[in-house]
Design a protein around this ligand. Structure first.
Ligand code: SF4
Length: 998
């Protein structure tokens, strides 16, 4: 073993000094640079450090604000740069360091991929279970990853499996007898120990090497792997991207390593890192204070406030999106702003959702921006397509999941030479709804077979069914393979045979291909890992869970833009050379960053194994914030927000520490930071509209709309006079609900937007219930029964059940259970039949004749305001019962609730019309005695029409008023009550935004 020649702690006063200190540690000799590694917290931090080093090398006057290399704006004020060529050392994260170490060892075993390790651990966990060590949880794919994480953390904290077993068992065994929680943790410990032991045994038999193996090999490497290492990250107690105890141990013992430089700011060291370095991590380390040219502190830009008000330190926005919008506004309107955009940064703790929001906000404000960060692979469109495949398989190809898959723009489906079009998918959707398709490959294939050879008008459905059938059977065959690798091969074959790639000229092409390569590589590695270590087939939930988890766990290094405002996470920002920053997202949960919690053990138990508490990390987070405040050369500003997805959030406590930085303050003058328009949407929403901010069709459409002069009467729903027509009473009721709804239904004849549902639609259920009642009363009368009374109600219920069951048998199987409950009732609610019979029993007058689904058609006389008018009507009464006393009653079934009296026309008008239509029937006149709605969603069994004769008169007046309005052509957007819009089938065509604006 060779002891490093020097181990230095290079102390930097602030982040400027930190940058210089790192540069000062880098060897200038190219060969020495190649033997040097600089450890940084992330890839984006490495990129920022590279740019900062180049800036420092490029321009000698380091204390002055300057442009950035590679940036369009970077040359401003940088006349005569002096380029100093430098071979850069390896700028690596901790994980990358292990990759490089293995690569630098000739003949080292191949690396074990993360997939290999997880498959091995899964196998070990199942082996432990099979051997009789019962886990106190279900072994879901997500838990396998967590177990592996715990194992790695133990090893990285210098703990063996035996240490873990001993410490945990000692603590838990004594209390497990009377404490169920402790007993559960003990059982968990036994299972984890058995799994870890099996895992280590498995690792010892495979050819590959993981991080722990690389560490062991590096310690005995016959040749130096690096001669100098510069550590710019903290330890794990300070930063979850920092180095572990075993990493420091490796570096202090690695053969040939001559120098270790730990570079840190004074603020970070004061948070506890200094003490840990000296006492535990690198005892005896030499302290060096790095002297850098002093840099004046930046100005803290704060919101404008009235004289006498408390000075606000941060901009307070509604949400994260508004934070970016606020900054975009400030960038565009600050009068004295001289900072090039390329030297301006937005700094956040969590990249998401800022990276996604920036696309929207900055593009809308026409501000260029750039970012190099790790985005979740799962958020890439290609990964989303994979998710659709697994969702469809896991859901057994239910209609929703299947159609989502068929609609994916990343996959291409065709049958018999014709591609599946959106219209085909729509037709297929309607067809599957009509067929009550509930999923299943077999059913899909049956439907496809039945549709084959149907009329050409059916072509879209036939094609859609053929494709859906082949998609479902191909995927079902893939997951039915006998090995996990076969299953994954099948899924990959499905994807590659149907994928749709963007054209090479498409701006998304490169990004799509990278995401595609990353996803397919992940599937391939998972496949290889299973082929090598665990060939047993996976259940669909295991397979989809494993793939999804992998995709969700992967990040995707994406570069967004190349010039403009930089979007930096806090760690990368610490390495950046910038003039102005806005620190955003300053809420309690983000700043300072919290450590993750173990899902297996409470902190008190983990402390025994050397897990640090939260205090060290919180203290380091505060130090990081203080350093960031002084990072830019010119200006810093802060922003917080109040709403996170509708939840109110608290500002970060770090805001209370801003004054400690003692920065000079400048107020952002309100009038200057609020220009009339910053965003495209403002240019088209604020008068005068400027169509030229848009392009192509959007601009043409806006120009057309802007040029239109609205005819106010027409614009407000007045179409002009209409000829008298034949009217339906139910439609007239619709007019009373909302005239525009009537217009959409009756005049425009628009199809209703229906809610997607696999079960019966309200219309279908309405038909069904009416049919059942019609059959029941026909049979009831045929059996010689007349009125339903207390003495024969049992017979009526029995007959109703028999008739109901007969009709239910004709329904698709999936609908029957629900419809049976509604129709025949359940233990908790009466059925439709019982409710209907209660209405009749109350009357007690014998029935002479029942008129079922009785048409009321023709010209009828209606009286209003002392006048009588004749109107053509076409309607159908659900039921009219002629009674022995010369009166009749009208019954109307409603599946929902009875209509409000003020909007109710059917019963009074049916009454008035029936009196005329029934004149002379059975040789006499008939008068209305009773009318009621049997509304199945109302609590009461039925809703009576009060004072029928008076109601008939009022109903006639209302009807004639509606007819007058229709014939005048008045169809304003005017719901009788706003809540009616909630159930309206025409929201897509209705300008309901004009409701109530007069
Ligand atoms: S959404 Fe409302 S305003 Fe529009 S048509 Fe329907 S009920 Fe009328």
């Amino acid at each position: 073993m060779i002891t490093p020649r020097t181990t230095r702690l290079v102390r930097a006063a602030d982040l400027h000094a930190f940058h210089h200190a790192i540069v000062s540690c880098l060897p200038e000799d190219p060969a020495a640079a190649r033997a040097c590694a600089v450890i940084v917290p992330s890839r984006s931090a490495a990129e920022e450090l590279r740019r900062t080093i180049e800036n420092y090398d490029l321009l000698p006057a380091m204390a002055e604000p300057r442009g950035r290399s590679g940036d369009d704006e970077s040359d401003e004020g940088s006349a005569g740069p002096r380029w100093m060529a430098r071979a850069l050392p390896d700028l690596v994260t901790r994980d990358e360091l292990y990759v490089r170490l293995r690569e630098r060892m000739p003949g080292a075993p191949a690396p074990l991929s993360a997939f290999d390790r997880e498959v091995l651990l899964r196998r070990s966990a199942h082996a432990a279970h099979t051997a009789g060590v019962e886990p106190p949880f279900n072994l879901r794919p997500g838990l396998i990853g967590e177990i592996l994480g715990l194992y790695d953390e133990l090893r990285r904290r210098h703990r063996t499996v035996a240490d873990f077993e001993r410490l945990m068992t000692d603590r838990l065994e004594s209390t497990a007898e009377f404490d169920r929680g402790a007993a559960r943790l003990l059982a968990q410990t036994r299972f984890l120990v058995a799994t870890f032991v099996a895992f280590e045994a498995a690792l010892s038999t495979v050819a590959g090497v993981d991080e722990h193996g690389v560490r062991a090999l590096a310690l005995v490497s016959p040749r130096p792997l690096y001669r100098r290492v510069v550590i710019t990250v903290g330890d794990q107690s300070a930063d979850r991207r920092g180095l572990w105890a075993t990493d420091f141990d490796l570096l202090t013992r690695m053969p040939g390593l001559e120098a270790i430089d730990v570079v840190a700011t004074e603020a970070l060291l004061a948070s506890g890192y200094y003490q840990r370095l000296h006492e535990n991590i690198l005892p005896g380390i030499e302290d060096v204070r790095f002297e850098a040219p002093p840099v004046p502190p930046p100005i803290l830009v704060v919101p404008d406030s009235k004289a006498g008000d408390d000075l606000q330190r941060s901009f307070v926005c509604r949400d994260r999106e508004e934070e970016l919008a606020e900054f975009a506004r400030a960038l565009k309107s600050h009068p004295g702003r001289q900072t090039p955009l390329g030297r301006t940064a937005i700094v956040f703790q969590r990249p998401l959702p800022y990276l996604y929001l920036a696309r929207q906000v900055f593009e809308d404000a026409r501000i260029p921006y750039q970012a190099l960060d790790s985005l979740p692979l799962a958020a890439e469109a290609f990964a989303a397509a994979i998710d659709l495949i697994f969702t469809a398989v896991a859901a057994d190809f239910t209609r929703g999941a299947l159609l989502e898959l068929l609609r994916s723009p990343h996959l291409m489906f065709a049958a018999e030479g014709a591609a599946l079009s959106p219209a085909d998918v729509h037709a297929l959707d309607r067809y599957l709804v009509d067929q009550k398709y509930l999923g299943g490959v077999e059913r899909l294939l049956q439907l496809a077979e039945r549709a084959r050879g149907k009329t050409p008008s059916h072509a879209g459905v036939t094609r859609g069914l053929a494709i859906a059938g082949s998609v479902a059977s191909d995927l079902a065959s893939a997951v039915a393979e006998s090995t996990a690798s076969g299953q994954i091969d099948g899924i990959v074959a499905f994807i590659t045979s149907r994928e749709r790639r963007p054209a090479a000229t498409d701006p998304w092409h490169a990004r799509h291909m990278r995401a595609r390569a990353a996803v397919l590589a992940a599937l391939q590695m998972l496949r290889d890992a299973h082929a090598a270590y665990d060939p047993a087939p996976l259940s669909i939930s295991e397979l989809s869970g494993a793939v999804r988890r992998w995709i969700e766990g992967q990040t995707f290094s994406a570069r967004l833009g190349t010039t403009g405002v930089m979007l930096l996470d806090a760690r990368a920002a610490a390495y950046a050379d910038v003039d102005e920053i806005r620190i955003v997202g300053l809420i309690e949960s983000d700043w300072p960053e919290r450590g993750g919690r173990s899902i297996f053990y409470p902190q008190s138990l983990l402390a025994e194994l050397g897990w640090p508490g939260d205090q060290d990390r919180l203290a380091a987070g505060r130090a990081q914030f203080q350093d960031l405040l002084r990072l830019p050369r010119l200006r810093v500003s802060l922003s917080t927000f109040t709403l996170e997805e509708d939840a109110i959030v608290s500002p970060s406590s770090l805001l209370e520490e801003v004054d400690a930085a003692a920065l000079p303050i400048e107020r952002l003058v309100t009038s200057a930071r609020r220009p009339a328009r910053v965003f495209t949407h403002e240019a088209i929403a604020i008068e005068p509209v400027v169509p030229d901010v848009l392009q192509g069709n959007a601009r043409d459409w806006l120009t057309l709309r802007s040029a239109r002069v609205f005819d106010h009467a027409r614009f407000r729903g007045h179409t002009g006079a209409r000829a008298p027509a034949t009217y339906a009473v139910s439609r007239m009721e619709r007019y009373l609900e909302c005239p525009f709804k009537y217009f959409a239904t009756t005049i425009l004849k628009l199809p209703e937007e229906r809610e997607e549902q696999a079960w019966m639609t309200p219309q279908e259920r309405g038909h069904f219930v009416h049919e059942v009642f019609e059959s029941f009363f026909t049979e009831w009368q045929a059996l010689g029964y007349a009125a339903i009374t207390t003495t024969n109600v049992e017979d009526a219920i029995a007959l109703f059940e028999a008739v109901g069951e007969r009709h239910l048998a004709e329904l698709p199987e999936g609908d029957r259970a629900l419809e049976r409950t509604l129709l025949l009732g359940s233990a908790v609610a009466p059925g439709f039949g019982e409710r209907a019979f209660a209405f009749e029993i109350e009357d007690g007058v014998p029935v002479i004749e029942r008129l079922l689904e009785y048409p009321l058609e023709g010209t009828f006389a209606f009286a209003a305001d002392g006048e009588t008018r004749r109107v053509l009507l076409r309607s159908k009464a659900d039921r009219i019962d002629l009674l022995a006393d010369g009166t009749f009653r009208v019954v109307d079934y409603k599946l929902g609730r009875a209509p409000e009296k003020k909007r109710s026309l059917q019963l009074p008008i049916y009454g008035a019309v029936a009196q005329q239509a029934l004149e002379g029937r059975h040789g006499r006149s008939w008068t209305l005695s009773r009318a009621g709605y049997i509304a199945f969603k109302d609590k009461a069994a039925f809703t009576l029409l009060q004072q029928p004769q008076k109601a008939m008169l009022e109903g006639q007046e209302k009807l004639l008023a509606v007819i007058d309005a229709v014939e005048r052509g008045d169809f304003p957007v005017q719901p009788d009550e706003p809540f009616l819009c909630n159930w309206c089938p025409y929201p897509g065509v209705c300008r309901k935004d004009y409701v109530g604006d007069e």
